[in-house]
Design a protein around this ligand. Structure first.
Ligand code: NAD
Length: 474
């Protein structure tokens, strides 16, 4: 079982905040503070020397990297190249060198078990330790009965031949109420569109797209789980985490038993899966001068769909031709138009395609709410090219003085002189000023799950009540 510390970084009482247990800190050179380290990790510099590849590391290979300028350390099965971090380590270089070229888990736990190394060293991740063939053999019989922790791929007849530096793997860990299945895809360009998760009763199936193949996890779970689950993607390390909620808060001894094709890579063309994905319909345009095209039955639904080229679903949509069919369900959702009654201030926080629910809200608010005084949209994107309908938004804000639009970029080019960064208390407190102390306010928020969750927390911190916040969740 993988036991990954879950605190945020730096955790309270961590080495980064205090010298703990009498251990002394080594004076760091100028420009080698924690903030400098964070800046370096965000600079896009290749810190592993592997150009973004994640590899499987054998013990022999690990041992070779035992010098200051070439130092790999294994912590809980993950191997990090810590050479770039040497000068930033508050405990000093010699302390880190004690674990050079070896498994430093025990040493790490003695000294700073509470540090969220996963986040701090994520750009230094080289890959996972390879499973020793001898261990693999021992486990094979076991896996027929149970799946416990990260077991090898014995269900696939030619698995051993297929194993290699880029073969995906999985693992699981649990808390009292949750079970997390972590899939290590060993490729960095994955996103939520790369995975389909399906579970019914005790059968759990996850298909992850990996180049031209699907990596399948297919398990009869040992205990019951609730219907809803969440999926997180850590793009930078190619990890997918599927979080299941236990029906009963008991500790599981094992994850379950393998079902057909469990833990195997199969060519994508061999599978046929019906995919259901929620999309928010939008309008044809934000501008009133837009004229709908004339089609025979005069019925339209507009969608704004981002094509993730490495994804499972959207490339298929992209390939559709005029005359092809897709099935569309009846609408779902819980947004009530009554929230707009007597509304004076409307704030919209959108990130990426999370802009889509804001389209109809904007259209409606600016035409049908007489009490409305101000609408403010803060639109978060990675780059300028990602801003959906930028010119329409700018035109609309120019025409209707009640509307203000602010773009915030998380990965701008250096010439960008607008707002930068991720959603934060500083950005929100400045942006969310009510017109009057007691004005009737609504804040709508939509975007990637971590964005929305963080945004809702910040809004609550800023004293917006539950009734004043509506978050859209896919
Ligand atoms: P993206 O990856 O391009 O990111 C856009 C912006 O979101 C980033 O610039 C950043 O500011 C913010 N962001 C991203 N990850 C973040 C994180 N971990 N923490 C804080 N902020 C973060 O976004 P995208 O690819 O366009 O994805 C949009 C998301 O919105 C998808 O997950 C989609 O499912 C969701 N969505 C939901 C609905 C709905 O619930 N009705 C509708 C549309 C889109």
């Amino acid at each position: 079982m993988l036991n990954v510390p879950s605190q945020s970084f730096p955790a309270p009482r961590s080495q980064q905040r205090v010298a703990f247990g009498g251990r002394s800190k080594v004076p760091l050179k100028q420009g080698r503070s924690l903030m400098d380290w964070i800046r370096l990790t965000k600079s896009g510099k290749d810190l592993t020397g592997l150009k973004g590849r994640l590899i499987e590391v054998t013990e022999e290979e690990l041992k070779k990297h035992n010098k200051k300028d070439d130092c790999w350390i294994c912590i809980r099965g993950f191997v990090y190249n810590v050479s770039p971090y040497m000068e930033y380590h508050p405990g000093g270089e010699d302390e880190l060198m004690r674990a050079a070229g070896s498994d430093g888990t025990e040493l790490f736990d003695q000294v700073h078990r509470w540090v969220n190394y996963e986040s701090m060293l994520k750009e230094c991740l080289v890959g996972r330790m390879a499973i020793k063939p001898a261990v693999l053999k021992d486990y094979r019989e076991e896996e027929k009965k149970v799946l416990n922790g990260m077991l090898p791929k014995s269900q696939v007849p030619d698995t051993l031949a297929k194993e290699g530096p880029s073969y995906p793997s999985y693992d699981w860990f649990q808390t009292n109420s949750l079970v997390t299945i972590a899939i290590y895809t060993k490729q960095k360009d994955i996103n939520l569109d790369s995975i389909i998760v399906d579970h019914q009763d005790d059968s759990f199936r996850a298909e992850t797209i990996i180049k031209d193949c699907l990596y399948l996890i297919h398990i009869g779970l040992s205990h019951e789980v609730q219907e809803d689950f969440s999926v997180r993607v850590v793009e930078s390390v190619g990890k997918i985490e599927i979080v299941l909620k236990k029906k009963e808060n008991t500790s599981w001894d094992f994850l379950g038993h393998p079902l057909e094709n469990h833990n195997s890579l199969i060519p994508r063309k061999d599978t046929g899966t019906e995919i259901v994905k929620p999309y928010t319909p939008v309008s044809g345009s934000l501008l009133s001068e837009f004229k709908e095209p004339v089609l025979p039955n005069n019925k339209y639904i507009y969608f704004l769909i981002k094509i993730y080229h490495t994804g499972l679903f959207t490339p298929e949509l992209d390939r559709l031709q005029i005359g092809d069919f897709v099935s569309v369900s009846s609408p779902e959702g819980n947004f009530k138009i009554s929230k707009f009654q007597e509304l004076e201030d409307l704030f919209l926080l959108a990130a990426g395609t999370g802009f889509t629910p804001m389209v109809k809200i904007l259209n409606y608010a600016l035409t049908d709410i007489p009490s409305l005084r101000k609408v403010k949209l803060m639109f978060f994107n990675k780059t300028e090219d990602d801003i959906i309908w930028r010119s329409q938004l700018e035109k609309l804000a120019f025409k209707d003085k009640r509307l203000d639009v602010e773009f915030v970029l998380s990965a701008p080019i250096s010439e960008w002189n607008g707002k930068q960064g991720h959603i934060s208390p500083a950005l929100l407190s400045e942006f969310l000023k009510r017109n009057l102390d007691k004005s009737k306010v609504l804040v709508c928020i939509c975007g990637p799950v971590p964005f929305t969750e963080q945004g809702v927390r910040l809004l609550q911190d800023l004293n917006f009540s539950k009734n004043e916040i509506h978050s859209f969740t896919a």
